[in-house]
Design a protein around this ligand. Structure first.
Ligand code: FAD
Ligand code: SF4
Length: 533
């Protein structure tokens, strides 16, 4: 027996799904979101207890293969130097995100024109700008106007504190004569839209019990639900069905009791992120689409991009912030645009992260051989604890078809749905950029007074950003969705998550993912009368 039909079915209640749900409420269509996870109760966040760091290795790990909660699906990422990080719940991966919230630069949409690599986006910064602004108002962004690296933009709130770490690193950048600016953060530094302001607890990566960190369960969803949208949780979608005309007609999913259901629908919006979306579309096979729904280009799941990250940290004699305060403080975009004298194209942002908590400091210190086990432990630990700070370089990853998400032939989730398999290699361009990240970062840290410097490239656990697997474009042979997120093959199928990115830029993606979701929502609203012509 099938369920009562709805007009719009959004799959995935994370950053993108929540934004498009809110965007579409004014149409008064019947909107349903299916989410495989549940609501997360902030009282259960690790930040409410003393074991908050220990839990980041267990039920609040960023790695679904370690976490293994009911809502999670396994990911085979053995053939990748970087492992996938996510979270599956209302709010999606933002429940664990660091809320570092930069916009793309205008140049990011034109890399083929500027540098002869990858492809230009079918839209530009100006197209997205009003949706960036709208999203910023919904999310509440803290920052400081006037950053010369960007076109003008007005943050809603003052920036997060620079702290001891930010001030020290800023002095290092000043000594080198290089750009730095207080980071834009999706963190309320003043009470905002019913949310309390940040109290610098510093546990942002394991959920913000204060409600200062902007996650969709406390930003978009309350507004969308009040306006009539239904979020159905513990509902894991297996595949999208099609009718004889080749249109999507609904989703097959397992409800909270594990019973298979069919949800009939007029319009399907995929918002399961850059790994989850290709997984479900590749699993939706039919005579008409034997290689996956909307995959006539053969590009579904291909051109998968992470951001390769390089970490550079210094140990100082003076006290730094440790984990006190939001992880983000300042950024530098000195090396953002291409300079071929550096030996690579495109560039990166330095995100300066304050420091770590005591458990992480001890564990990583022992792993790196900086802290001995047994005698000498305490002295070595005290030299590192709240005396370490530095940055990560988030490198622009360029799309390559051999980097891909496919369906694993053997591994399955608890409902028997094939798990995603990742095949990913670092490009020569990325390797050179990562080396450069470490060399220049070490110079900044030395100038700031660091006594000892260490690095890691790429950060092996750093698969936080999942992009490119259902890319946008005007040419159906070279892209999966068109310039407003609609499948070239299936006119009532849309994708709004990071899958539709054409290139990755050298900044964190979520502000752009959410602006794009609002843009796709707006495009749908403008065409409502003849959506499927
Ligand atoms: C540890 C960590 C730190 C990060 N830090 C930052 C940062 O500082 N700045 C930044 O910009 N980004 C950051 N990110 C990335 C950010 O969280 C993502 O870019 C963003 O959440 C992606 O939004 P999305 O809507 O594409 O997917 P998600 O937010 O991942 O949401 C996808 C949702 O779809 C659901 N879903 C998937 N498959 C199915 C299915 N079959 N059936 C039903 N539901 C399904 C999932 O359960 C999930 O809730 C971080 C991520 C992690 C993990
Ligand atoms: S530092 Fe601020 S945003 Fe981060 S967890 Fe604490 S209160 Fe929340």
């Amino acid at each position: 027996m099938s369920l009562e039909p709805v007009d719009v079915l959004i799959i995935g209640a994370g950053a993108s799904g929540s934004a498009i749900a809110w965007s579409l409420v004014e149409t008064r269509m019947k909107i349903l979101c299916l989410e495989q996870g549940d609501w997360v109760n902030p009282l259960d966040y690790p930040s409410t207890g003393r074991d908050w760091e220990a839990r980041s290795f267990k039920d609040f790990s960023i790695n679904p293969n370690r976490r293994k909660l009911n809502a999670d699906y396994p990911v085979n990422d053995k053939n990748s130097p970087i492992s996938v990080a996510n979270y599956n719940a209302v709010g999606g991966s933002t429940i664990l995100y660091n809320a570092h919230y930069p916009r793309f630069h205008p140049s990011d949409f034109r890399v083929r024109s500027l540098d002869g690599v990858a492809d230009d986006w079918p839209i530009d910064y100006e197209t997205l700008e009003p949706f960036y602004d709208e999203n910023d108002r919904m999310v509440g962004v803290s920052g400081l106007a006037g950053d010369t690296a960007y076109p003008p933009k007005e943050p809603q709130m003052p920036p997060v504190p620079l702290g001891l770490s930010g001030t020290t690193l800023a002095q290092g950048f000043n000594s080198m004569g290089w750009h730095w600016w207080p980071s834009d953060a999706a963190i309320a530094t003043e009470d905002y839209d019913g949310r309390a302001k940040c109290i610098n607890l510093g546990a942002c990566l394991s959920g913000c019990a204060q409600g200062a960190k902007a996650t969709p369960d406390i930003t978009y969803w309350p507004h969308a639900i009040r306006a009539g949208v239904e979020v159905r949780t513990n509902a894991r979608v297996r595949e999208i069905g099609i009718n004889d005309d080749g249109m999507a007609n609904g989703a097959y999913y397992y409800d909270e009791d594990g019973v298979e259901q069919f949800q009939p629908v007029e319009v399907v919006v995929m918002a399961c992120n850059g790994v989850g979306t290709p997984r479900i579309l590749l699993n939706s096979v039919s005579d008409r689409f034997p290689d996956g729904l909307g995959n006539s280009s053969g590009l579904l799941g291909k051109n998968f991009m992470f951001h390769p990250y390089g970490l550079v940290r210094g140990v100082f004699d003076e006290p730094m912030d440790g984990n006190a305060g939001p992880g983000v403080c300042i950024w530098s975009q000195e090396f953002y645009e291409t300079d071929i004298n550096r030996g690579f194209v495109r560039g990166f942002t330095y995100e300066c992260n304050r420091g770590a908590g005591p458990v992480s400091t001890a564990l990583t210190g022992m792993l790196r051989g900086q802290i001995p086990v047994g005698q000498g432990f305490h002295d070595a630990f005290l030299k590192l604890d709240r005396r370490t700070t530095g940055m990560v370089g988030i490198c622009e990853d360029l799309p390559e078809e051999h980097n891909q998400v496919t369906l694993d032939p053997e591994l399955k989730d608890s409902h028997g749905i094939p798990a995603p398999k990742i095949d990913y290699t670092l490009s020569e361009n990325s390797k050179k950029m990562l080396d450069f990240v470490v060399e220049r970062g070490s110079e900044v840290l030395t100038a700031a007074g660091a006594k000892e410097i260490y690095s890691e490239t790429p950060i092996s656990v750093g698969g936080w950003h999942l992009m490119g697997t259902a890319r946008m474009g005007t040419d159906p042979d070279r892209s999966v969705v068109n310039e407003w997120g609609r499948s070239h093959d299936v006119k009532n199928l849309f994708v709004v998550d990071g899958s539709i990115f054409v290139t990755s830029a050298g900044v964190n993606p979520t502000r752009t993912i959410q602006a794009l979701a609002l843009y796709v929502g707006d495009s749908i609203k403008k065409r409502l009368a003849n959506l499927f012509d």
